[in-house]
Write a protein that binds this ligand. Structure first.
Ligand code: GAL
Length: 699
């Protein structure tokens, strides 16, 4: 049974960020000034303790927690609460010296030297024990501190270790998974190919860069194992807090669509989902809108992991980071837009890395609220302060959530399998980008989408989009069939259902697992186009969409043909199909080729209309979201463009200005408008969502 989750007691939106007072313990004047400035900036939370192990425990067993208590006390007295991190993101020198097994081994089998961060073996019993010991101290000392609201496990857990301990654990994991039967594994991984058959589990190595990395099943299972082992490690940290401070929720900070770990597996162990967002704002290769809509997509991935609850934006930069290829400053107004975007997408916080710039070392030029200048009248400080004021006004939003009507399926192991499959065009597979393009189209149509896993409940969504659903197991196929039978619009594309959970190809036609009956069509061939190749799909209304990169030659059994290819040896052949299913209006749509956005938008709009989801046209460069509870809807309009933009008719109060909307409403360039609509009293553009009960928050 799933553990009863505890929610964050956030009656207000959190505003703050990573704070490293341990770097300034010899400067009480600065520590005092920090509190004054935090209050001025409207900061109500600080994340402490990330990377402070060498100050908390300078020698093994010699704990120094008094400075931390002092800081937490002072913050609390000044209305600032604490998110307390465990220090395991970086190890002190004594630990690696005494317990070298805690050092990570890379994919060529080379053990790393001491230093940097995020470089531990997650299996090492010594490492786990040392982390546990300090976590117990933290829990005992601070678990009842009135300022403590959340435990923050480690920092950006990631990477993989290839040491002998991990290798052994991998072998045990495999033996467990394949019930101790090496023949089952040989079958599942098709190891007769290139004479790769194993006789025993203890012969199996991780996919070393200079070793066996040509078995797709092994590569995929290693990724799953790495997630499993990382989750196991994370649980070993969490356990301490579950038993000693059960009232305090737990999070860890995720990194966007980090490729190395399946966050969905880890999310199950957490009370609160949080993540770090660092888009390349104002770059020279895409519009600001495109940069931001990708960030909205990432927010939606996080939201998909904590449905009906807010997530937290744990880190973002005021100003510029120091690790992009070009570290451009956020332009005036960008800070406010990014902050409101996070809230609009379902976050209950806007937090920064970092409060104050460090004087030395690796991140000394990384953006912060407080610069080396030390002043509270810099442009960046003033923009942070303004954000603090906006968040204060937006307090009531904490009791609302985003309700999406559509969902996009995005899965880590599908992504891993696609990346690793040898075929098509290595550079053009672009699974993540394809999912993002669906999100962008839905956003343009004013339709909120959750990004969910194929294992999530799809019942609440009128339409489910499944781009490049390459890996499908039988039970997923059954759930998809049930979804369509129940009246859902399932919209799949090329590359659907090629392989099972072990990456073995389905026989008898793709999509396999019985899905060709659902779609009424199957793929006989898949063609890869050179960038200069041209083909198109002609639709019944005479319009032609452009085909890019991939085109499947479809054989239709009993589906309607909505579009046919215009060129090449498959000209006239089916390219887009739909098969209706049952009496509930459900249908399975299939698009055999990668289409240009305009043509895809038309198709998607058709499927949405069939699903009864209202479609509108959001103005160019503008992003729209809605958060709601039983009583209110908050409509967020964000304009990333250079022009003032008229937005569709709205009703309700202009939330930031506190006035009624005019006849015509505009959003200024690089600005936001938020309208508060009382439910059943008016209808604002892009809404039309079902009423939901008021969200529960812990009081
Ligand atoms: C994050 C990390 C922070 C800091 C930041 C810089 O990924 O969690 O500790 O390094 O990046 O942008």
């Amino acid at each position: 049974m799933e553990r009863q989750r505890i929610a964050l007691a956030n009656q207000e939106l959190l505003h703050g960020g990573d704070y490293n007072p341990e770097q300034w313990l010899d400067r009480p004047d600065i520590l005092k000034e920090d509190i004054r400035m935090m209050k001025k900036a409207g900061v109500n939370v600080a994340t402490l303790g990330v990377f402070s192990w060498s100050v908390l425990e300078p020698q093994e067993g010699d704990y120094h927690l008094e400075w931390l208590k002092d800081i937490m006390d002072r913050l609390y007295e000044n209305g600032i609460r604490t998110i307390l991190a465990t220090p395991s993101g970086a190890k002190p020198a004594w630990l690696d010296e005494k317990y070298p097994e805690a050092l990570r081994t890379d994919e060529r089998g080379q053990r790393r030297h001491h230093g940097v961060r995020h470089n531990h073996c997650m299996t090492s019993p010594d490492f786990r024990r040392k982390v546990r010991e300090i976590n117990v101290r933290l829990a005992e000392h601070f678990g009842k501190h009135p300022g403590l609201i959340l435990w923050h496990i480690s920092n950006e857990l990631g990477g993989a270790c290839f040491c002998p301990l991990c290798r052994k654990k991998f072998q045990e994991y495999l033996s467990d998974k394949f019930h101790g039967d090496i023949e089952t594994l040989n079958q599942a991984w098709w190891t007769t190919f290139w004479s790769h058959r194993y006789q025993r589990f203890d012969q199996i190595e991780p996919p070393f860069a200079n070793g066996e990395n040509s078995i797709m099943g092994l590569n995929l299972e290693w990724k799953r194992f790495t997630t499993w082992n990382m989750t196991d490690y994370m649980k070993s940290e969490i356990e301490v807090f579950r038993s000693l401070t059960p009232q305090i929720p737990v999070t860890t900070n995720f990194m966007k669509l980090y490729p190395g770990l399946d966050y969905r597996r880890m999310a199950k162990e957490l009370d609160v989902i949080s993540w770090d967002s660092y888009p390349r704002y104002h770059n020279d290769y895409e519009s600001l809108y495109d940069t931001c809509i990708e960030n909205a997509f990432d927010h939606s991935v996080m939201r998909g992991m904590c449905k009906d609850r807010p997530f937290l934006l744990m880190e973002s930069v005021p100003g510029a980071v120091n690790w992009h290829e070009f570290n451009k400053q956020k332009r005036p107004g960008m800070h406010k837009l990014a902050a409101v975007q996070a809230i609009a997408c379902g976050s209950d916080s806007v937090q920064y890395f970092q409060w104050r710039k460090s004087r030395g070392s690796f991140e000394q030029y990384h953006g912060a609220v407080v610069d080396h200048l030390g002043r509270d009248d810099t442009r960046i400080f003033r923009e942070v302060e303004q954000t603090g004021q906006i968040l204060k006004k937006l307090q009531p939003v904490t009791k609302s959530i985003v309700r999406a009507q559509a969902a996009i399926l995005f899965d880590w192991d599908n992504r891993w399998a696609i990346d690793d499959m040898k075929g098509l065009s290595q550079q053009k597979k672009q699974y993540e980008k394809t999912c993002l393009s669906f999100y962008r189209i839905l956003a343009r149509l004013g339709v909120e989408a959750d990004i969910i896993s194929r294992r999530d409940d799809m019942g609440g969504y009128g339409a489910v989009f499944a781009p490049m659903m390459y890996l499908i197991e039988e039970d997923t196929a059954e759930r998809l069939r049930a979804y369509v039978r129940g009246g859902g619009q399932l919209f799949a594309t090329y590359l659907a259902g090629y392989v099972d959970q072990n990456t073995l190809c389905y026989l008898g036609g793709f999509p396999g697992a019985g899905l060709k009956e659902l779609f009424g069509a199957y793929s006989e061939e898949v063609d890869t186009l050179y960038p200069s190749d041209r083909n198109g799909i002609r639709f019944a209304d005479g319009s032609i969409g452009e085909v890019r990169d991939f085109a499947e030659v479809l054989r239709v059994q009993d589906a309607e043909i909505l579009g046919t290819y215009t060129d090449d040896y498959y000209a006239g052949g089916a390219a887009v199909t739909r098969k209706k299913c049952g009496n509930n209006g459900g249908a399975a749509w299939y698009t055999g080729a990668r289409l240009d956005d305009k043509a895809m938008e038309k198709l998607i709009a058709r499927a949405l209309t069939e699903a009864g989801i209202p479609v509108s046209e959001i103005p160019q460069e503008v992003e729209y979201h809605c958060r709601e509870n039983g009583e209110y809807r908050y409509h967020f309009w964000l304009n990333y463009g250079k022009e003032r933009v008229k937005i569709p008719q709205v009703s309700g109060e202009d939330f930031l200005a506190g006035s009624c909307p005019a006849q015509e409403n505009f959003v200024e360039p690089m600005d936001v408008r938020i309208f508060l609509e009382r439910k059943n009293t008016g209808k604002a553009a892009g809404s039309g969502m079902a009423a939901i009960p008021e969200m529960e928050v812990m009081g």
